[in-house]
Design a protein around this ligand. Structure first.
Ligand code: NAX
Length: 333
């Protein structure tokens, strides 16, 4: 058997982590023959809760799980890690301004970025989930200059999966019959779910999603707003934010980083924009279609973009630029 890898999950006492830990510990993400040391990082008041989570993981009796380390210290949490899933962040409290929320999160991701820089392996793969995910990811990456920017990504796979499922339900096919949907931009309500390049498998042929759905008005209207507003709809119904589906998306995202995407398929993730794809300004973490091979992502370039799409891609980029500029002001203070 391989040597164990070390994986840290922050926000490990929270609800997403509770849905996530079992899948990771039983081998769904890093492979069925890959032993794991799980490090659970949360803030000091949550340590008693973490103890309960550790007990439950022990009680699962999972053969791949070699050790579980609960901690509130970044120097313990990030030591020699191979993968980091940064779920914990400052939630919006009543009466809190957007700017104050951003400020609090810049402080968290600056500290965690610096700890990654100092303690993690230089090959570490970092996935940021805690919101605002794109900007938190950028701050963490900037605070870890010795780790390649390409090792950082943020989660838009939940939005991607939501878009796949909406199209699949509309076409009455299973969700794996839909591929190559794209989430462009920010993990916020300005994101642009795009199916112009998506394919739907009907019997044995793969057809353009627009031809199978046969309802352009739905694809350009309710489909987009449903995906954009899905998080809010779940909160309204469940009185809690998405957790099971978020955990599933985290697993999909990290597994694709580890093992690569399927031939001829691309998925969506927030990655570093270098300023030469689709007119997206440089120095943002922007969600693009990507293919992954040998643990390296590559933006799928050259897809034809119509005016309708370009306007939406630009709008979500503009929001990210504004968020980044505010965050960078806080970072330099
Ligand atoms: P919970 O409030 O259940 O859990 C968050 C946990 O993070 C808490 O245990 C808290 O103590 C911990 N935490 C806070 N600051 C920390 C720090 N500095 N270091 C370590 N741990 C810290 O939230 P949950 O529902 O699990 O959601 C977690 C985050 O995911 C939120 O920011 C949420 O907005 C975000 N989401 C992002 C999604 C995405 O697609 N990018 C989708 C799902 C989710 O909404």
């Amino acid at each position: 058997m391989a040597e164990p890898i070390r994986v840290v999950i922050t926000g490990a006492a929270g609800q997403i982590a509770y849905s996530l830990l079992y899948s990771i510990a039983k081998g769904d993400v890093f492979g069925k023959d890959q032993p794991i040391v799980l490090i659970l990082l949360d803030i000091p008041p949550m340590l008693p809760v973490l103890d309960g989570v550790v007990m439950e993981l022990q009680d699962c009796a999972l053969p791949l799980l070699r050790e579980v380390i609960p901690t509130d210290k970044v120097e313990v949490g990030f030591k020699d890690i191979d993968a980091a899933i940064l779920v914990g962040s400052m939630p919006r409290k009543e009466g809190m301004e957007r700017k104050d929320l951003l400020k609090a999160n810049v402080a968290i991701f600056k500290t965690q970025g610096a700890a990654l820089d100092k303690y993690a392996k230089k090959t570490v793969k970092v996935l940021v989930v805690g919101n605002p995910a794109n900007t938190n990811c950028l701050i963490a990456s900037k605070s870890a200059p010795s780790i390649p920017k390409e090792n950082f990504s943020c989660l838009t796979r939940l939005d991607h999966n939501r878009a796949c499922s909406q199209v699949a339900m509309r076409c009455n096919v299973s969700s794996d019959a839909v591929k190559n949907v794209i989430i462009w931009g920010n993990h916020s309500s300005t994101q642009y779910p795009d199916v112009h390049h998506a394919k739907v498998k009907v019997q044995d042929s793969e057809l353009p999603a627009y031809d199978v759905v046969k309802d352009d008005a739905w694809l350009r209207g309710p489909f987009i707003s449903t995906v954009q507003q899905r998080g809010a709809a779940v909160i309204k119904a469940r009185k809690l934010s998405s957790a099971m589906s978020a955990a599933k998306a985290i697993c999909d995202h990290m597994r694709d980083i580890w093992f690569g995407t399927k031939e001829g398929e691309f998925i969506s993730m927030g990655v570093y924009a270098a300023g030469n794809s689709y007119g997206v300004p440089q120095d943002l973490m922007y969600s693009f279609p990507v293919c992954i091979k040998n643990k390296m992502w590559k933006i799928v370039d050259g897809l034809p973009i119509n005016d309708f799409s370009q306007a939406k891609m630009d709008a979500t980029a503009a929001e990210l630029v504004e968020e980044r500029d505010t965050a960078l002001d806080f970072l330099s203070q």
